[in-house]
Design a protein around this ligand. Structure first.
Ligand code: NIG
Length: 425
């Protein structure tokens, strides 16, 4: 074992999360009571009890972090975000609270197209600057990896611009960012009467050029009334698969539209939203091993029940991941704690299932075999919390308990917030 650079000790437990998503979640979290974590060269090199450490493991170069009886777990992974955008839509929030629907607002020229207009006007530097505080809020809560979508450009140039911003931000702040091309987020207003031409543009130019420049790891389509049909989604995602991008979908969000079935047919990594999915769709996801990524913040924010059937999905053997879906329209919040609470209160998950869904379950949703767990040899992305159990995270609604955040073995957050105070037991 190399000499430790970091040792995290005095924990209530280390949640290793190395179990399978089909195990009961409490055993999938595989906790190590009173464990310590030793880190060197960006990796976990020791996981066990303090007595088991070799005598010379701790040296003058070892920083010791006292967890103060708090628990330690994997860095959070947010598998569904849209945090690169310009402009804001607080007016739409008011309109919805007065009774207007998301689709009505979109049909009147607001919605996604309103953010598209603002994002097209912005330079790469401006978009990056706007995203920095959003990323800081995510990091502060313990997010060490996040997926992020384009989809507010909807021209070749503007979609590639958004993806370049993701790459720029990946180099300049600690959260690892995994880019998704979402040119099929909406048919842009200038192409309303020639949607076939826009879909051809996606297939023959935007996808190949994004692939050639190595800008996107995944491709996503919003399959929905007013956005793209199942057939259009199939064509676009097959083209993306041919270019090496893994498919993911916005499926069965506002209407039951066959999105989950398409995700299963294509062997997508994930079908996201699923508020309206039916039993047939759930069974298809289970058989095809497609993750269901739930984003309950959007259900709350848009005031369109039902919430996605998380309980049924888990019981059918589907891996259930959770994302914040942070975006200016349907979920203007980076708060993953609220997402965890909603997953328990409204999607029917247990605290253990919700916590697994934002760690290991989310890693599976992104096709990351190593991530979302604390294991010897694995990357040292972890969080020390100011509470004794993961159960406090959904229970203490909207409160951030992350105290120390470690990314690739480096301490990137040391919380000094007012209110951190004594440990929550
Ligand atoms: O995941 N549903 C589509 N896309 C986003 C909303 C984007 C927006 O309204 O700007 C979502 O909820």
């Amino acid at each position: 074992m190399p000499p430790l650079e970091l040792l995290i000790r005095n924990t209530s437990e280390v949640i290793t999360a190395h179990g399978s998503p089909t195990d009961p979640a409490e055993s999938a979290l595989a906790p190590l009571t009173g464990g310590v974590v030793g880190i060197a060269q960006g990796r976990v090199v020791y996981l066990g009890l303090e007595q088991g450490l070799e005598p010379d493991a701790i040296g003058p170069g070892t920083e010791v972090i006292d967890a103060g009886g708090g628990f330690v777990g994997p860095g959070f992974i947010d598998p569904h975000t849209h945090f690169i955008f310009a402009g804001e839509r607080s007016g739409e929030f008011d309109l919805r609270n007065k009774g207007a629907s998301y689709l009505e607002i979109a049909q009147a020229g607001g919605g996604i197209m309103s953010t598209v207009r603002a994002t097209r006007q912005a330079t790469e530097g401006e978009l990056a600057e706007l995203a920095v505080p959003r990323l800081a809020r995510m990091l502060e809560q313990g997010v060490t990896t996040a997926e992020v979508k384009s989809g507010y450009g909807l021209t070749l140039g503007d979609e590639l611009k958004m993806l370049r911003v993701v790459h720029l931000l990946s180099r300049t702040q600690p959260i690892e960012l995994l880019p998704t091309l979402l040119c099929a987020h909406a048919v842009p207003e200038e192409a309303r009467n020639e949607r076939g031409r826009y879909i051809d543009l996606c297939i023959s130019e935007i996808i190949p050029q994004a692939a050639e420049a190595g800008l996107a790891r995944y491709c996503d389509v919003f399959v929905e009334n007013g956005a793209f049909t199942v057939d259009e989604g199939r064509r676009i995602l097959r083209a993306a698969q041919m270019q090496g991008m893994a498919p993911r979908l916005h499926a069965d969000q506002l209407s039951r539209n066959g999105g989950a079935m398409l995700a299963a047919e294509l062997g997508a990594l994930s079908a996201d939203h699923l508020e309206q999915v039916d039993d047939e769709g759930i069974a298809a996801l289970a058989i095809a091993h497609v993750t269901a990524t739930l984003v309950p913040m959007a259900t709350l924010f848009l005031r369109v029940k039902p919430y996605a059937p998380g309980r049924k999905l888990r019981d059918a053997g589907v891996n259930v991941a959770l994302g914040t879906n942070v975006n200016p329209g349907s979920a203007m919040s980076e708060n993953l704690g609220v997402t965890l609470s909603l997953a328990c209160l409204e999607n029917g998950l247990t605290a253990a299932e919700a916590y697994f869904g934002m760690t290991r379950g989310a890693a599976i949703a992104l096709g990351l075999p190593e991530a979302g767990q604390v294991v010897v040899g694995g990357r040292a992305d972890l969080v020390v919390f100011n509470c004794s159990s993961y159960r406090h995270l959904p229970y203490h609604l909207g409160v951030n308990h992350a105290k120390v955040v470690v990314k690739s073995g480096k301490v990137v957050v040391r919380a000094t917030r007012a209110g951190m105070g004594a440990l929550c037991r």
